[in-house]
Design a protein around this ligand. Sequence first.
Ligand SMILES: Cc1cc2nc3c(=O)[nH]c(=O)nc-3n(C[C@H](O)[C@H](O)[C@H](O)COP(=O)(O)OP(=O)(O)OC[C@H]3O[C@@H](n4cnc5c(N)ncnc54)[C@H](O)[C@@H]3O)c2cc1C
Length: 449
Amino acid sequence: MNTSSWRRLNVAVIGGGIGGMSVAIALRRAGHEVTIYEKSDFAGEVGASVSCAANGTRWLHEWGVDVAKGDPVVLKKLINRDWKTGEPVSVYDLDDYEKRWGYVYNMFHRQYMHAMLKDSALLDEGEGIPAKLLVNHKCRDIDMRTNTITFENGVTAQHDLIIGADGIGSAVRGILGIRPEKRPSDSSCLHTNVDADEAARLGLTNYSQDSALEYWGGQEGKWDKIVLSPCNGGKLLSYYCFFPREQGDFSTQAWGAEGRPVEDLLKPYPQLDRQVFKHLEIGKEIQPWRLWVHDPYPYIQKGKVCLLGDAGHPMMPHQSQGACMAIEDAAALGILFNKKYFNGDVVESLAVYETVRLPRVTRVQAAAAKAAYNINERIGFSVNKDTPTYKVEDPKKVLTIEEMNAYDMYRDVEEKLATVRGRKYEDKFICGLPIGMELPSGIIIGASA
Ligand SMILES: Cc1cc2nc3c(=O)[nH]c(=O)nc-3n(C[C@H](O)[C@H](O)[C@H](O)COP(=O)(O)OP(=O)(O)OC[C@H]3O[C@@H](n4cnc5c(N)ncnc54)[C@H](O)[C@@H]3O)c2cc1C
């Protein structure tokens, strides 16, 4: 499927977060010229871990990203602990993870991950034209006829392709006419950071030694759950603490808003294992993470504009796949617009992008919403099916590690492109005769009687 009509595009990426930086790298590698427009200046970002399983990590390697810059913890285990005693209920060993899936399961610190991606997108080294970043450019509107973006600062810019990577509160989504069906989750989440050295100095359990994603609670029907992920080479312990919304409603408070007092964090957990409870007592930067359940959107592109990452498919955090899905979106665009597949027709490529991405992200989105109140609904491998508490709504619907990590995006793109291009051929010709052609008898091919 080689195309000689490839042309270099002048691409706008609106939003310079994890997804925006990823797509800038992918399209730079595919030979395009990319400008990233970011509303903020990136000051005041609050730290937290972001997991990047093999299905995300593989693209970082394919793009030649210097993963060491992200100072990750490579996960070795997934440990589910008893809510009260902290004893392991199940331990899933990830020793053969890289061997099976080709790539490791990284746990990054958000800011380090972002800086790692930003360098890869903007610096001279590496293949392709370095992307440009313009901060303090908040998208206000897009003229869909002329592909012209207007920013709050009065600047306007015209591009061949516009990618809305502007996160969960996306402006581009509204411009495309998508009105989200959403509701606040029944659970709330507070996040806190614990300095692993400080915890060790105080004689508390040294969880950073496990290199593990650890969970307390989360059994069926219970909203209480603590998720601990180490990042920054194990120096920082990032805690996500879930509890029923009636015990604290932060659904309207933005991430990065004023921090909460430690009492808010401890209050919902009178019976929690004291080892982890003591960690929470020394937690810093306690931040609410507002959780909204979004139903899947009917479409994620229109004309020469598309959505990527949280803008196109915000999801609950319970499958740890939000960042990976944004990276996969970026990878799909990188493939569709590369020299092998792109034939100069932006509209067609975005239509295929939607058919490649929407089914997959919708499935992960649904599975993430289910895993909110039943840890057994988490991607197959992370729970022990032999424990007495194992119960799921429909075993066939549980996301499997195979479908996440063995997914062949190149093949998917190729098949969907072939379908679209095949159909186009049929659309233009009937029995080998072009639609609209007038036969000597006066019959017009394709015209209904
Ligand atoms: C606390 C927290 C922890 C998380 N943990 C995990 C995890 O462990 N694993 C995981 O997979 N996912 C995790 N996620 C989710 C993950 O971070 C997101 O799914 C991922 O960042 C999506 O990337 P994005 O680029 O779509 O959005 P974002 O990273 O949110 O980036 C959006 C960007 O767009 C900018 N922007 C917004 N509006 C405009 C505008 N109008 N004009 C210009 N720019 C604009 C924003 O300033 C921002 O920089 C977490 C999220 C949070 C908040």
